[in-house]
Design a protein around this ligand. Structure first.
Ligand code: GLC
Length: 425
């Protein structure tokens, strides 16, 4: 475990990831340079053409807040090496594009203005930097080995590690309080890179000196430094634990479609309903959800992403009480079939999320005698409770279980996934 303050983090549960860089122009994955082996010269056209004339960070921030998100993490620099802020250490930065301004600052101001906490993603990989050696992930990896050796002979990872420290110093000095730094990523081993290349120890020490209490992710290849585990593109099927079996703080990072950067032709967009289920699944297993958007090169969040954010907003408006401050339910309360529990230990309220709406009862094991009141969270309408064991034509309440009597139909709002709030005695 690291030194970061995760108290606010495990309370807030829901954040927005933003991947925005030059890769929004080719619009076919933020790894396009790697996949298509694009050298610096050929990628230069995107730098030249970058012109986010519809950039409106206040609209991004408003969409995030209305979706119920409480923090955000933005790519200040992705693997392509392009910097979204006015850094002193390279010319490959936003101020030298048609945008002509420090867009990171505007984004930070807008999100803070909406009350969200600030997180910076910073790529450890850098396919543009002249000192970053060509390795197994690099766009130039397929050049003849002699040519790679020749190119690498003038490249110096020590200088690159210093460059990272200089840039991280800027990021953690010039933008006020930064709550999260998200380094991405390490791939130690043959022809890869890890802590010795990044000089992770120095980087980690620097980060904590500049922003005590900042949350650092677990991708520096530095055992013991990560405050959070970061499963990506899948939902863990249960809570995450350390080697001793103790629960750890974790955050799943997920996409609406398969890509992080804007991908015009990507069609595997999750339905709004799936997105809501993902949030519930993360929190019910004790995790956070960092949901990604990839704005277009013109600087707006496209319709497909906005629709999903709006679905979150509609559901969260009525049900956020089952998310904020909540986590895994005590083991003595196993969730019924097709349901997920979340639990707020402060208020002692248990939230039953029904992914399939049962007809017309649901039996809750081990809860007989323990619930003071139950209501449908969406409209605050009472759900009647029956506790005596019954075994007749109308119901079968098992021993020790409590039965909720459910309406056949649900109200029209907040019930995309209905939630029943159980107030424990
Ligand atoms: C991966 C990818 C990357 C993305 C990140 C988000 O490691 O390299 O493109 O930014 O995951 O978690």
């Amino acid at each position: 475990m690291g030194k970061g303050d995760t108290r606010w983090f495990v309370h807030d549960r829901f954040g927005m990831f933003i991947h925005w860089g030059l890769y929004a122009l080719p619009a076919r994955h933020e790894w396009v340079r790697n996949m298509e082996r694009i050298p610096n010269e050929a990628y230069e056209i995107y730098f030249e053409m970058f012109n986010p004339d519809l950039f409106d960070p206040k609209a991004w921030a408003k969409a995030a807040r209305e979706a119920g998100m409480k923090y955000f993490v933005i790519t200040t620099k992705h693997h392509e090496g392009f910097c979204l802020w006015d850094t002193k250490y390279t010319d490959y930065k936003v101020t030298n594009t048609a945008a002509g301004r420090d867009l990171l600052r505007e984004i930070v101001d807008a999100f803070r203005g909406e009350g969200l906490k600030v997180g910076f993603y910073y790529s450890l990989l850098d396919w543009h930097h002249p000192d970053f050696t060509i390795d197994s992930r690099h766009p130039l990896r397929d050049l003849p080995p002699e040519e790679i050796a020749k190119l690498n002979s003038t490249r110096d990872m020590k200088r690159y590690a210093q460059y990272m420290r200089d840039q991280v110093t800027e990021l953690l000095t010039n933008y006020g309080k930064v709550e999260i730094i998200w380094f991405d990523f390490s791939y130690p081993g043959e022809n890869g890179k890890g802590r010795d290349d990044w000089e992770s120890e120095k980087l980690y020490e620097l980060v904590h000196r500049l922003q005590p209490g900042i949350i650092v992710d677990n991708r520096l290849d530095l055992p013991g430094s990560g405050d959070i585990e970061t499963p990506e593109q899948f939902t863990p099927d249960k809570g995450m634990v350390d080697a001793q079996g103790n629960p750890v703080v974790w955050e799943g990072c997920q996409t609406f479609s398969g890509s992080w950067g804007y991908f015009r032709d990507e069609m595997s967009w999750k339905s709004p309903r799936m997105c809501i289920e993902m949030l519930i699944n993360h929190v019910s297993r004790g995790g956070n959800l960092l949901m990604n958007v990839g704005p277009t090169s013109r600087g707006y969040i496209d319709r497909r992403a906005l629709d999903r954010l709006a679905a979150y907003g509609e559901w969260m408006k009525y049900n956020s009480r089952s998310i904020y401050g909540c986590g895994t339910a005590p083991a003595e309360f196993p969730a019924p079939a097709d349901c997920r529990y979340t639990w707020n230990p402060e208020t002692k309220r248990l939230y039953l999320h029904c992914l399939v709406w049962p007809f017309k009862h649901v039996h809750l094991e081990n809860l007989a005698g323990k619930v003071k009141y139950a209501q449908l969270l969406a409209d605050g309408s009472e759900i009647r409770i029956r506790e005596e064991k019954t075994d007749n034509l109308n119901s079968h309440t098992p021993q020790g279980a409590l039965t909720l009597e459910l309406p056949t139909l649900l109200p029209g709002q907040g019930c995309e996934v209905p939630v029943i709030e159980l107030v424990l005695k």
